[in-house]
Design a protein around this ligand. Structure first.
Ligand code: SF4
Length: 460
């Protein structure tokens, strides 16, 4: 557990009253400031786990504002949603930060319009603490903007920030985000201590012995529950040179299957979910003991849901039984993480896949009844040393196999092998503005692919 208190902004806890009054805790999923953003089955799962942990404490009342709520009734325009649950996010053009001026695209704030957000804030009771989370390191302006609004409305109430951004670059988060407490790592580890520090004895766990399993995420806080996320494991046994996964969770743990199946059952029968997006990094690892029994259970319980795999599946793991069982259980959109066919690139960056793996996996998927042209294949673009010609060849190869290439843009994540290489080369400094981690920056500011080459790849 690591948490950092910034300065002395958190008020000391008051002496415990006889009957502690109810404390209001507000959770906010912040705006995204970026060139592009799309609801790719994107839900604030970490924050919803925090909400479920908070609900295990007496005397806490939990409130939630989702800046990326695509179903808010006061949105100026209804956002478009595809049949599979993905869809566009409302945006308003915003001033482009100076360091991104060379990227010839419009910069926007994605999510609720400012007046709608302010209205949400006005309708929320004065919070005793606010929790925020932030995923990408280069999305910190959304956190800053939300905290500014909080300060403008309520003054100096404790603001806690967790998620991937503060876990990866806590010093930046501590000095730039405006939050009072920076949380690094999984939320459940810091909970008792940080809550006591912020709220004093007002936050007492309902049970003397809190469960060692995380409670189910508080999906009831979402306005639309048609698409829900699911994570059945944490971590990944591989160590790809560009990936933040092992930095965020160094081990690899799979949840007990009973609790996963119970969660799915609740998603369907209580929340009315139709689509489930798996957020696992390594869903198919140890599949005989984890994924297969889960699929059997989904079929046995008659859980009629459509499943999606936006984080990418390990191509090598897709064999005859995997393909057949996924089809039977209702896996609809498949995303396969091939990354590249170049053996030099794969040897240097990731050992999880080999050039011949995709052909074999697609054959198995064909036999299970999947339509090849609907199978998505991630190809990495922007990794230092991978030139446009290599990516073009990768795209051609996926097309030749009849599948659908999907470009996955490289973002230099602090702490990874690729990040260290860029620092050694002098392209990045340790304290480079995280806005330059933006997934489009490699093509226009610092990468091995020229803007013209990049544009030609995106229209291939
Ligand atoms: S296999 Fe995927 S999740 Fe695992 S380290 Fe590589 S890129 Fe990250």
């Amino acid at each position: 557990m690591v948490f950092v208190t910034v300065g002395v902004r958190v008020p000391p806890s008051a002496p415990p009253p006889q009957m502690p009054s109810k404390k209001n805790i507000l959770l906010i999923n912040p705006w995204i400031y970026d060139f592009t953003a799309y609801d790719f089955w994107m839900k604030p799962l970490g924050l919803l786990y925090v909400a479920s942990l908070l609900k295990q404490y007496s005397n806490l009342s939990v409130h939630f504002i989702d800046c990326l709520d695509r179903y808010h009734p006061l949105l100026p325009k209804k956002s478009k949603t595809k049949n599979d649950g993905r869809g566009s996010i409302t945006k308003e053009e915003s001033k482009k930060p100076e360091v991104l001026m060379d990227i010839p695209r419009k910069f926007s704030r994605y999510g609720l319009p400012l007046d709608v957000f302010r209205d949400e804030i006005r309708r929320t009771p004065l919070p005793d603490a606010v929790f925020l989370s932030c995923t990408m390191t280069y999305w910190y302006p959304g956190v800053q903007a939300v905290i500014e609004e909080i300060r403008r409305t309520w003054g100096r109430i404790p603001v806690l920030l967790g998620g991937i951004y503060p876990t990866l670059i806590p010093d930046h988060a501590a000095s730039q985000s405006g939050a009072d407490v920076i949380i690094r790592g999984p939320a459940e580890q810091f909970f008792p201590e940080v809550l006591k520090r912020i709220l004093g004895d007002a936050a007492a766990p309902i049970s003397e012995k809190p469960s060692t399993e995380l409670p189910q995420p508080a999906f009831e806080l979402l306005r639309s529950k048609e698409v829900l996320p699911l994570i059945t494991s944490r971590g990944c046994p591989f160590r790809c040179s560009f990936c933040a996964g092992p930095l965020l969770y160094p081990g690899f743990n799979q949840r007990p299957l009973g609790s996963v199946a119970d969660e799915l059952e609740k998603d369907l029968r209580i929340h009315g979910a139709k689509h489930i997006a798996f957020y696992d990094d390594a869903l198919l690892i140890n599949k005989e003991n984890h994924f297969f029994p889960l699929l059997d259970e989904i079929v046995r319980r008659g859980l009629n849901l459509s499943f999606h795999t936006p984080n990418g599946l390990h191509v090598r793991e897709i064999d005859v039984p995997t393909a057949g069982m996924m089809k039977k259980a209702g896996f609809q959109s498949l995303f396969l993480s091939q990354e590249s066919f170049d053996s030099g690139v794969l040897a240097g960056a990731c050992s999880k896949v080999e050039p011949a793996d995709l052909d074999e996996a697609l054959n198995h998927l064909d036999k299970a009844g999947y339509i090849r042209s609907e199978v998505n294949v991630y190809l990495l673009v922007g990794l230092p040393g991978i030139h446009a010609s290599v990516v073009k060849e990768d795209i051609r190869r996926v097309r030749k196999l009849g599948a659908r290439p999907r470009l996955a843009y490289f973002s230099p994540v602090p702490g990874t092998v690729e990040w260290r290489k860029l620092v050694e080369k002098g392209i990045f400094a340790e304290d480079t503005d995280p806005l330059l981690h933006n997934k489009l920056a490699f093509a226009y500011i610092w990468g091995d692919i020229t803007p013209e080459e990049f544009e030609s790849l995106t229209v291939l």
